[in-house]
Design a protein around this ligand. Structure first.
Ligand code: GTP
Length: 363
């Protein structure tokens, strides 16, 4: 079984953090999402992956030197400044994929514990052109909504309907098995949306099936979902860590996750739900809760973070207060005594020396 990972989107909803790193390299409990995905593939005996990327993602992945977990990775790149959407990259990778067997396609922004072999088994049993994994969610309006008929055949596929128009709460989980016949359904050399063009056609022809996945599934496409995923994993797979601090009286409210070489100064209160990346330096009397701090960042004395995401190599000054939903880009400097109220976004490498009291993006 070969897998194609779609990882060349623009990730607009995760800006400003996605300005400097592709979604697939976002750390999830201090490990890039890509590595989690590769480990899941290896567990399912998938050892060959085609990364359907854009130029930026390809460069970032090569620079980053992600652990490949024994998987052979080939890159298939969209033309420069001409994104191919969710379908075009599959067509472009046609020669790499070959025509001998069904193959797996994954959206590169999904964290899930899906059994890919089970979907393949169902796909082969039903004999369709495509089988898509489906999940139940509370609000289906952000996704492709699916209505199933008998024998798991897809009766309707509606991309992002109004909430009241959604016939079910079963949604496209962004995980598919395709037969090589799918290549006939995807036009070559242009942007193609699987969700809007290809799936509706397959439904008409009765060749699309749905596999219901009841396990863990999170789309990290929005900051709040990204934070939620870190939180869920802290709850479920928390690894016992021996934490050592230089300062006295540090209070750690579990669950938390610290990467290598994190230091925390005296009387700081960390957690619950704090993820600190490699070499993060936390000063004295700091408060961090419900937040993710990427590697190499420094949080100075008396600062407080609640419900925020702080990018890599940032510097947060003394007595700074950062509110819920704030996203601080890589390499940002926030001056001493500054307060950023809820929902403030700061673009990479900016310096902030004034309080911000309304939802705003600092460019
Ligand atoms: P938003 O801009 O925030 O909607 O994110 P996105 O661009 O990643 O779009 P979306 O979440 O719908 O994409 C689903 C998956 O397809 C993601 O893993 C994307 O990286 C991938 N993808 C989306 N568009 C393209 C594209 O044009 N080319 C390639 N190679 N992958 C894409």
């Amino acid at each position: 079984l070969k897998a194609v990972i779609l990882a060349g989107g623009s990730a607009t909803r995760l800006r400003p953090l996605s300005c400097t790193r592709p979604k697939i390299l976002f750390p999830v409990i201090n490990k890039p999402l890509l590595q989690w995905i590769l480990e899941g593939l290896v567990k399912n005996n998938v050892n060959e992956v085609i990364m359907a990327v854009n130029r930026q993602t390809e460069i970032a992945m090569k620079q980053f030197r992600t652990r490949k977990c024994g998987v052979r990775i080939t890159y298939s790149c969209d033309p420069l400044r001409k994104p191919l959407g969710t379908g075009g990259p599959i067509k472009k990778a046609e020669k790499h994929i070959g025509y001998n067997a069904s193959f797996l396609v994954l959206n590169g922004d999904i964290f899930a514990d899906v059994n890919y072999r089970e979907i393949l088994r169902m796909h082969e049993e039903k004999g369709g052109v495509a089988t898509i994994a489906l999940c139940h969610v509370e609000d289906p309006s952000r996704y492709g909504v699916v209505e199933l008929a008998k024998e798991n055949r897809v009766k309707r596929f509606i991309e992002k309907p109004q909430r009241e128009d959604a016939p079910t709460n079963l949604i496209n989980a962004g995980i598919y098995i395709f037969s090589p016949e799918i290549f006939k359904y995807i036009p070559e050399g242009r942007m193609v949306s699987m969700e809007r063009e290809v799936f509706p056609r397959l439904v008409e022809e009765g060749k699309l099936y749905g596999y219901i996945h009841n396990g863990l599934w999170v789309d990290i496409g929005k900051p709040e979902d990204y934070l939620k995923l870190n939180e869920m994993l802290l709850d479920s797979i928390f690894i016992q860590q021996k934490l050592k601090f230089k300062g006295e009286g540090v209070k750690v409210n579990k669950p938390v996750a610290f990467d290598k070489n994190v230091s925390v100064g005296e009387k700081s209160v960390i957690g619950p739900y704090a993820v600190l990346g490699e070499n993060v330096k936390v000063g004295r009397n700091v408060f961090i809760q419900d937040s993710v701090v990427f590697s190499e960042t420094e949080i100075s004395d008396f600062a407080s973070l609640e419900g925020a995401i702080i990018g890599e190599g940032a510097f947060i000054g003394r007595r700074v207060k950062i509110g819920r939903g704030c996203i601080i880009g890589d390499g940002v400097k926030v001056g001493d005594g500054i307060t950023l109220s809820d929902g403030v976004l700061v673009c990479p490498s900016k310096e902030v020396f004034e309080n911000v009291s309304a939802i705003k993006c600092i460019i």
